[in-house]
Ligand binder design. Structure first.
Ligand code: NAD
Length: 410
């Protein structure tokens, strides 16, 4: 399955729903710049291995490109291009002054020690440093990269430049200029829009059941937040296994177990596969792992009324059409997981001004931004009788086209 083809299908469907011409979206049909690198890094026994990495700068009409870097054995250019495109849309949806970018390194982090991952992170920055920077292209964490990886990348970049430039990367540790609240911002932003969607649907939050696929940064914090709000989180999963208890999981215990054992196995609830988790009889499904999880083949099995896409691209276009037909509301990734980049923007603003905010201030700003974006999109859904995904894309396209036109690029 080519993720980039799926992304372009979404673009076309939205442009059609919003009566936007093909000429006006031509500048979004291919990335502005693709950087492909091959770089060496030493293993702990002194052997040199070569790794392939990508950085895609999809579009910068609205500002410097911005988006995460993922470490994954199956990272590929089509996937990184799709993710960079979605970042372009997402940054316009939540109206932060960025274009869209994304990076990927083909590596399985589970097969490397911490010191090897540090060398891979530093060498990747050596290979791409000319193309990134706080006013050019600003990376952040994504799948299997975290604040420690960001710290190594920042340190390497600053060593090369001979300057302190904390705004070259977001999702950093607090001690290096990170923002309060960034570590749970993606999930928090998703929870804010989930709450808005629930209030419009016939779902009682205190009785609602939730299944979450993926138990990393996005999924784990989402489970914690929704559990704290009184929702019944009945299932969670990681790449190996899922656990399910219709009465509700003890989320704190599941988090402690996963952190200690690095797996959900042995938590002490019914084991389900990732496929089974997606088809559970729940009110809300939160995919928070990888792309292409709900496809044509299993979309018909989804029993949830509401899907909140914390992961990027978890629902394919074919599945989207089936879900719509079955009356399932999908809150799309470009809105649902935009809390991460919104707080990344706040982090960058704080870095640029050298003045740091309290957590409360960050969260207040985040909630306002997410609720405003949800309401703008909901108004378009009503006006155009479109899906939330189409409406989010239309909102973004209008903003992107205006910026491109003002620059003379259209
Ligand atoms: P992470 O590395 O912290 O966690 C990923 C989780 O997915 C892990 O629990 C892993 O075990 C699980 N997983 C991996 N392969 C799986 C599979 N085949 N089936 C089921 N589970 C699997 O990553 P993350 O940062 O939580 O990112 C998850 C998703 O959220 C990605 O799509 C990412 O692009 C998106 N996202 C993350 C952020 C962020 O700020 N972290 C922001 C926006 C979007």
């Amino acid at each position: 399955m080519n993720t980039f083809t799926n992304a372009m299908e979404q673009l076309q469907a939205a442009a059609k729903a919003g009566s936007i011409t093909t000429a006006d979206t031509a500048f979004l049909q291919a990335p502005k710049r693709v950087i492909e690198v091959s770089f060496p890094a030493k293993t702990d026994d002194g052997t040199t291995k070569y790794y392939k990495g990508y950085r895609v700068q999809y579009n910068d009409a609205r500002g410097p490109t911005k988006g995460g870097i993922r470490f994954h054995p199956h990272a590929d250019l089509a996937e990184v291009q799709a993710l960079a495109f979605w970042m372009t849309i997402k940054n316009a949806v939540v109206d932060v002054p960025y274009g869209g970018g994304k990076g990927g390194v083909i590596v399985n982090p589970k097969e490397h020690s911490r010191s090897e991952l540090e060398r891979i992170s530093r060498e990747f920055i050596k290979a791409v440093h000319e193309f990134i920077g706080p006013t050019k292209d600003i990376p952040a964490p994504d799948v299997y990269t975290d604040k420690h990886v960001m710290a190594w990348m920042l340190d390497e970049y600053e060593a090369i430049k001979g300057l302190h430039q904390p705004g070259m990367v977001t999702g950093k540790p607090l001690a290096l200029g990170g923002s309060q609240g960034r570590d749970y911002a993606t999930a928090m932003g998703g929870a804010f829009v989930l709450k808005e969607a629930v209030s419009l649907l016939d779902i009682n939050p205190l009785k609602a059941t939730v299944a979450i696929q993926g138990f990393g940064n996005a999924g784990m914090h989402m489970a914690r937040i929704l559990d704290g709000w009184g929702y019944r989180v009945v299932a969670v999963s990681d790449s190996r296994t899922g656990v399910y208890d219709p009465k509700g999981l003890d989320v704190k215990k599941a988090i402690a177990h996963k952190k200690k054992e690095r797996t959900l196995e042995g938590y002490g609830a019914k084991i389900v596969t990732n496929k089974e988790l997606l088809a559970l009889d729940v009110d809300i499904l939160v995919p928070a792992a990888l792309e292409n999880q709900v496809r044509k083949s299993n979309a018909g099995d989804v029993k949830a009324q509401l899907i909140v896409e914390l992961a990027n691209g978890p629902v394919t276009p074919e599945a989207d059409a089936l879900l719509e037909k079955n009356g399932v509301t999908v809150i799309p990734d470009v809105l649902a997981n935009a809390g991460g980049v919104a707080v990344s923007y706040y982090e960058w603003v704080q870095n640029n001004q050298g003045y740091y905010w309290e957590e409360e201030e960050v969260m207040e700003k985040l909630e306002k931004k997410m609720v405003k974006s949800f309401k703008e999109i909901h108004a378009l859904v009503k006006e155009l009788d479109s899906t939330y995904r189409e409406a989010a894309f239309i909102l973004a396209l209008r903003r992107l086209i205006e910026a491109a036109r003002l620059r003379g690029a259209l």
